[in-house]
Design a protein around this ligand. Structure first.
Ligand code: AMP
Ligand code: MG
Length: 496
């Protein structure tokens, strides 16, 4: 929906709140109000997220919503706050960070935290201005909803509002606020913060809060079970497994996060903090999407190892609670088996294989090497392969490879495995596993350019496609096409 006209008779939002993170108290957060922005307007809204929150129909027509989600007026019952965390950035301990521009409005009675990103300075802003620019807000909004559409755990985005207020980055831009929604925005860095400052009671309070609210299964760990009644080890294990599944999904869809610092890692295994992310165009395993990442620490093919490195930091932070180093290491260990098996599970679905066979791994490995050597467009390859399996026409897939004999050889081994599987269902399964539409950089860029010129229709169109990325959406083929030449010149950095 674009620029809905404000309706003075619109129903009040009537969000009901419950105390959540705020109950942890002042060692964990600072209560403060968002800083208003002048003359706000709507940039984008998500009907799906509005429904999740139980907002009334027509919610976006109310001035109350526009002002509240810009941070200009407080919703009744909201007790806004910014939380403190620390973290490792690019492999180096960065000390205290915190919500420098995100303000938590509270947690709804249904268990959703609502956060305004770009809502002004907080005690944790350091040198920052507390703002977010329209460009990066559009990217975060679109990608949150795109990831959800792909079935990948993520924070969600209810809306973006914009303001003519100027914000200085490399050039002068305008301010925007994204309203983010997640069950919790707690990061690995929250735990690192209290561990690094030797605040064990607070560390324990945080771990207990996270376990009770989000990982209750950790409490029921039997004294005779693998964690010997150690709920904190069980928590580490649970987070490791969720993170392993998340990494498998990122790798399978070709998503690069770009800034996998420990302060951007969710304790719930959600994709969090969209900055210089990118969906792969050509399959380049060492692709670095963040122009600020000079050493390629967060290159696409390093993400699974970096996630483990980050989990190791979390383990270190939890060590005072887990007590035994060996127990902490054991809790991390399953990542090394869960990630590869989850990744293979994803790849089998992408290949339309429902059964597990010894040959699968080599088939996948050979395919990925082939895609890399031929720099094949990752999303288009999988979508064309899905159609080929469904209709038996493999030429459009073959056309993607410079080395045709190598492709033919791989196809032969794949066909043999498919023949042993449920071939009739494979094409259908693949079309539900391999998206037609992903948020390529150039698509985001087109929506941003139009939005900067005051036209939000491109954003809305893209959002609609990305919300249902496995559907065909006739007439929108251009959005599923190869990137144009200029796409490679788009430079995305940490600047946001
Ligand atoms: P990021 O790399 O975006 O995850 O941010 C790292 C840290 O810098 C977090 O603590 C952010 O809250 C903070 N930060 C980033 N941009 C700003 C900004 N414009 N103003 C205040 N804090 C910021
Ligand atoms: Mg961050």
């Amino acid at each position: 929906m674009n620029q809905p006209t404000l309706n003075p008779l619109a129903q009040p939002l009537n969000l009901r709140w419950q105390s959540g993170f705020s109950a942890l108290g002042s060692d964990f957060l600072t209560e403060l109000r968002p800083t208003p922005l002048p003359s706000p307007h709507w940039v984008g809204t998500s009907a799906d997220v509005a429904q999740l929150l139980g907002l009334p129909a027509q919610w976006a027509q109310s001035d109350e919503a526009l002002q509240a989600f810009t941070g200009n007026q407080l919703l009744a019952g909201s007790q806004p706050l910014a939380s403190v965390y620390s973290g490792h950035q690019f492999g180096v301990w960065a000390g205290q960070l915190g919500d420098g521009r995100a303000i938590l409005l509270g947690e709804t009675a249904a268990g959703y935290e609502i956060q305004l990103k770009g809502a002004g300075r907080t005690p944790y802003s350091r040198m920052g201005d507390g703002r977010a620019v329209l460009r990066s807000s559009i990217r975060e909004f679109l990608c949150s909803e795109a990831m959800h559409g792909l079935g990948i755990p993520t924070s969600r985005a209810l809306c973006i509002t914009g303001s003519p207020a100027s914000v200085r980055r490399e050039e002068i831009e305008t301010a925007a606020v994204v309203t983010r929604v997640a069950p919790s925005f707690v990061r690995f860095g929250h735990f690192e913060h209290f561990a690094a400052n030797d605040l064990e009671p607070q560390l324990r309070a945080l771990a207990d809060y996270v376990i009770d609210r989000y990982h209750p299964e950790c409490r029921s760990t039997e004294a005779t079970g693998p964690w010997g009644g150690n709920a904190y080890a069980a928590l580490l294990h649970s987070v490791s497994e969720r993170t392993a599944h998340l990494m498998a999904q990122w790798q399978a869809v070709g998503f690069c996060h770009g800034v996998m610092n420990t302060d951007n890692m969710s304790i719930l295994g959600l994709t969090l903090d969209y900055g210089p992310f990118q969906f792969l165009d050509a399959f380049v395993p060492g692709h670095i999407c963040n122009h600020s990442d000079h050493h390629g620490r967060y290159a696409y093919n390093r993400q699974p190892n970096i996630a483990y490195w980050n989990l190791f930091c979390l383990a270190q932070a939890l060590l005072p609670l887990i007590e035994e180093q060996d127990t902490a290491l054991a809790a991390l260990e399953s990542y090394k088996t869960v990630f590869p098996s989850a990744f293979m599970g994803q790849m089998r679905k992408k290949l339309g294989l429902t059964q597990t066979r010894a040959e699968d791994e080599a088939l996948v490995e050979n395919l990925l090497q082939l895609l890399a050597r031929n720099a094949v467009d990752y999303t288009i390859f999988w979508r064309r392969l899905s159609h080929a399996v469904a209709n038996g026409q493999y030429e459009p897939v073959r056309d993607l490879f410079a080395d045709r004999p190598a492709w033919d050889a791989w196809l032969l081994s794949y066909s043999e495995l498919l023949a042993l599987d449920n071939q009739a269902l494979a094409g259908d399964l693949m079309l539900k596993s391999n998206p037609k539409y992903v948020l390529r950089n150039h698509l985001g860029e087109q929506a941003i350019r139009a939005a900067k010129a005051g036209d939000f229709s491109e954003l809305a169109t893209l959002q609609r496609l990305l919300e249902r990325p496995f559907e065909e959406h006739p007439g929108h083929e251009a959005y599923a096409d190869f990137p144009p030449d200029w796409a490679s010149s788009i430079s995305i950095s940490c600047s946001s």
